[in-house]
Ligand binder design. Structure first.
Ligand code: CO
Length: 201
């Protein structure tokens, strides 16, 4: 992948669009009319965790919000706007927070060091780590501690999604939305369900 130049990206794009059109001539014209994804994916910005590819969905299949370490903050208008649009307009049925093991953002949050501006973002993860201090301290292997924290972070962010006014109001109105916490393993390409699904009932 390293020797792919910028010009190749346009070539790649033309072949990709041609292949899709070959197999489904109306694909783009149909999709241009509207999007009806059933899923909102909130994931890490990490280049190795691309939402559509991992779950095998074509364009139109999943609405996506990604940031460093898949954090849902109650004052983040970017993330909240994505959730509102997904819930109120697209009427997605599932919101999936997907973390991944060996997340650099999570690792940086708990390594005790300084990393610049991003520390202010990672503070949200440190807050979660504080709530699980004893459990984390028991894990002596640093990589395992990071991975445990990756799971705890996903669970905390699912709770944060559940507590947004958007999701609370939707549930109050009887709109069916299930929230899920998943984690992706970079080493085998597989998703695991953390079994924290909630439907607000
Ligand atoms: Co990450």
């Amino acid at each position: 992948m390293d020797n792919i130049g910028l010009g190749n990206l346009f070539e790649n794009n033309r072949s990709w669009a041609a292949a899709l059109t070959d197999s489904d001539p109306d694909f783009f014209t149909r999709l241009a009319e509207q999007q009806q994804p059933k899923y909102l994916w909130i994931g890490c910005a990490d280049s190795r965790v691309p939402a559509n590819e991992i779950v095998g969905l074509a364009p139109g299949g999943v609405f996506v919000h990604r940031n460093i370490a898949n954090v849902v903050v109650h004052s983040d208008l970017n993330c909240l706007s994505v959730i509102q649009y997904a819930v109120d307009v697209l009427r997605v049925e599932h919101i999936i927070v997907t973390g991944h093991y060996s997340c650099g953002g999570v690792a940086a949050a708990i390594d005790g060091g300084r990393h610049g501006l991003i520390d202010n973002w990672l503070r949200h993860i440190q807050d979660v780590a504080e709530q699980h201090r004893d459990e984390l301290d028991e894990i002596t292997d640093p990589a395992q501690r990071v991975n445990k924290m990756c799971e705890l972070n996903v669970i905390a962010q699912v709770n944060n999604v559940a507590r947004t006014t958007v999701v609370q109001d939707a549930w109050d109105k009887g709109q069916e939305i299930a929230l899920h916490g998943w984690i992706y393993d970079l080493r085998d390409g597989l998703l695991r369900d953390l079994n924290v699904t909630t439907t607000g009932e």
